[in-house]
Write a protein that binds this ligand. Structure first.
Ligand code: ADP
Ligand code: MG
Length: 680
């Protein structure tokens, strides 16, 4: 029945069906899963005499008489004298000639509307009405009334009635999808009841229970689809069981100029153990800016190499690839492990040498950009793939690099802290390791919100820091989705700073329109301290590591999300010296309030939660390829608890092969269908 087209319903003809199609409603199931957008509680009947002006009330009255008047061309008023036990008043309709026939004088009706007073007489501007005892079901008034998303040709009243009748007709015909054990454990309404209550709740408690049940169902199917697909992938391939011998890893760690933090040790242990398992690792390493993900990834790559496998790290930009490459070259030097760097601008002879080395296995470790997934790149034995700033890549790109080996282990890293609940949804098929501790000695970055008028204060601070041998960033963020406009703003800013404000210091400039080699040249000069002030668009947002920089000034800060600002702020405070983040904004109270969150917290996860709350998931991720699934009912992070529960249950169902049991069959089929929809 669910899968029958809506035209199978008595009350839906081809015209209405095509209107419903516009709402995405093709089948009877779609109709029942077209949930109300909001509800109005019209249960409380009020006396006309007690109505306050401006109030929206529901009354039960008798229609006494009708009158009709043309107020102006095209505006016809239909006014009914109405009466309840206590008093009288008027009810108003406009341009609805049929109303007089529907609600004849003498009939008893329930009305909902807004009250105005004409002298002492209350006048009800009617939103909804219902005749009592004329076959109306009490759907539109006198109850908690659903309001649906509509389209032209579909009215609230009609849709309510069709949904109601369909539910009535389907009673007993909607099979349970969840196994009884889960329903009992969570005390869930059965499926029919939940559907009935979500459309026509008898009270708010029932609505809550209905929503809880349907959200759980939705999230469980989603998680089960993810888990099954991963489980299937793993059953199909044999991964690499990396050597349990960590001798080389320990030598690597011993040669570092610092000790790992507790969090780094814990996370590294998780990763090393996972690598030893024969199933392919699929793990997300999340850590706040500056929490030291690179070293952890390096240690994992060392483990791969120790067993004779190659490792590859892919970064989203050339600047970042270069930087990672140089860092790794430095920290791997004591082990005499050569590190190759492959980007779009690697010169031809060098590129050919690297490609040959990867193919023969002579090059054990490579860092690069998208250049790594070009067709001409082949590895002898790729054992570990590391992806930095994972959210900058599509799933396809990640898979393309993995496909260069035989089921290599995968470690993806992100410094955009994602609230745990979202991480579960977006990266549902990954295990998560969390670096929740910063290396010791870091001082919080002192963060200030400045207006345009206080700009000179900012410049004074920059001057002082440079005098003390430090460096500064000035960020001109993207104004529109256009590199060239941002580039122009940055160029103008660089010119002004160089010529008018800081003629005695060197001002450098990077923006998205420079060629990769030019960018790298500027970054190199900045790293080497030859540039005192680096003006940049948001290209430095991710990963750039110049510990000597102690100030970052961000123009038009209100235009950026908190998570992104936190990323930018993470460019400073990377050394031992006190650091500053100056946010210039001349904007509204609301924007300043949002920025104040940043000024008062250094915790990327707390900031991300706040950002998500303030801007919603779409904005939070930016609109492009955020990977956040669209749920009909569930919303994140609000329903995170239910999501976590669903995830645990999905894993349990897979682990214990419960899906083979008959009571899990329908759920299993629903998850399979989801997998094929999502092409998992
Ligand atoms: P992110 O997590 O932002 O990628 P990085 O890996 O770039 O962080 O590390 C930030 C800085 O902290 C680097 O300069 C790195 O050398 C340093 N670092 C990493 N781990 C430690 C540690 N345990 N003790 C001291 N410094 C560390
Ligand atoms: Mg990093």
């Amino acid at each position: 029945m669910f899968n029958r087209p809506v035209t199978a319903l008595k009350y839906v003809g081809p015209r209405k069906a095509s209107c419903l199609n516009k709402l995405g409603i093709l089948t009877v199931g779609d109709l029942l899963w077209h949930f109300p957008r909001r509800y109005e509680d019209r249960r409380q009947l009020k006396e006309l005499a007690a109505a306050a002006a401006g109030e929206i009330i529901t009354v039960q009255v008798t229609i006494r008489a009708w009158e009709e008047r043309e107020l102006r061309p095209n505006l016809r008023l239909f006014r009914a004298l109405i009466q309840d036990r206590q008093g009288t008043g008027y009810a108003l309709w406009f341009n609805q000639p049929y109303i007089k026939r529907q609600l004849r004088a003498g009939s008893e009706v329930i009305l909902t509307g807004k009250v105005n007073y004409r002298g002492y007489i209350p006048e009800l501007q009617v939103n909804d009405y219902e005749a009592i005892g004329q076959g109306d079901k009490g759907l539109h008034t006198g109850r908690i009334v659903p309001f649906y998303p509509l389209t032209t040709g579909i009215s609230q009243r009609w849709l309510r009635l069709v949904v109601y009748r369909t539910l009535e007709e389907m009673e007993g015909g909607i099979p349970e999808l969840l196994p009884p054990s889960l329903c009992q454990r969570y005390r869930l309404l059965n499926r029919y009841q939940a559907l009935k209550y979500i459309h026509f709740p008898p009270d708010p408690g029932a609505l809550h229970q209905a929503r809880r049940r349907l959200k759980y169902e939705e999230l469980l199917i989603w998680e089960l689809a993810l888990t099954l697909s991963r489980w299937q992938r793993e059953a199909a391939v044999r991964g690499i069981a990396h050597t349990p011998d960590n001798e080389l890893v320990h030598r690597f760690l011993a040669a570092l100029p610092f000790n790992l933090t507790g969090a780094q040790e814990r996370v590294l242990a998780e990763i090393l153990a996972d690598m030893e398992e024969p199933r392919p690792m699929a793990r997300l390493l999340q850590g706040d800016v500056g929490s030291g993900k690179t070293v952890v990834a390096a240690a994992a790559m060392v483990k791969s190499i120790a067993g004779g496998w190659q490792a590859a790290l892919m970064a989203p930009t050339e600047v970042l690839a270069e930087q990672h490459g140089q860092t790794l070259q430095k920290i791997l030097a004591p082990l005499e492990v050569p590190v190759a760097i492959l980007t779009g601008s690697t010169p031809r002879p060098e590129r050919e040498a690297i490609l040959a080395g990867l193919d023969t296995g002579a090059v054990p470790l490579v860092v690069g950009t998208h250049a790594l997934i070009q067709e001409n790149v082949s590895f002898k034995a790729l054992g570990l793939v590391v992806i930095d700033e994972q959210h900058r890549f599509g799933v396809g790109q990640r898979a393309a690099l993995q496909a260069k080996g035989q089921a290599p282990d995968l470690l993806v890293m992100t410094a955009t802290p994602i609230p745990r609940t979202l991480a579960l949804a977006v990266y549902g098929d990954l295990d998560v390791s969390l670096l929740d501790e910063l290396p010791p000695g870091r001082q919080p970055v002192s963060t200030h919100i400045l207006t345009e008028k206080q700009r000179s204060k900012a410049y004074r601070l920059i001057r002082r820091e440079i005098e003390n041998g430090h460096q500064a960033y000035v960020i001109c963020p993207l104004i529109e989705e256009s590199d060239s406009i941002a580039a122009e703003a940055a160029m103008a800013m660089a010119k002004k700073l160089q010529e008018e404000i800081f003629p005695q210091y060197t001002v450098g400039l990077v923006h998205g329109r420079l060629k990769a080699a030019e960018k790298e040249e500027v970054m190199k000069a900045f790293r080497e301290g030859k540039i005192a002030i680096l003006v940049a668009t948001t290209v430095v947002e991710v990963g750039v590591d110049v510990p000597n920089a102690t100030v970052i000034l961000i123009e038009g800060a209100e235009r950026l999300g908190l998570a992104q600002l936190h990323q930018l702020r993470g460019r400073v405070g990377r050394g031992a010296a006190a650091s500053y983040c100056l946010l210039i904004t001349n904007s509204s109270e609301a924007a300043r309030e949002r920025l104040a969150v940043l000024a008062s917290s250094q915790d990327g996860f707390a900031i991300a939660e706040a950002d998500l709350r303030l801007r919603g998931p779409g904005e939070f991720f930016g609109t492009r390829q955020h990977g956040l699934p669209e749920f009909r009912l569930a919303s994140l992070p609000g329903d995170g608890r239910i999501l976590e529960q669903a995830r645990q249950d999905a894993r349990m169902i897979c682990r214990e092969k419960l899906w083979q049991q008959p009571e899990y069959r329908d759920l299993y089929l629903a998850a399979r269908e989801k997998m094929s929809c999502l092409q998992l």
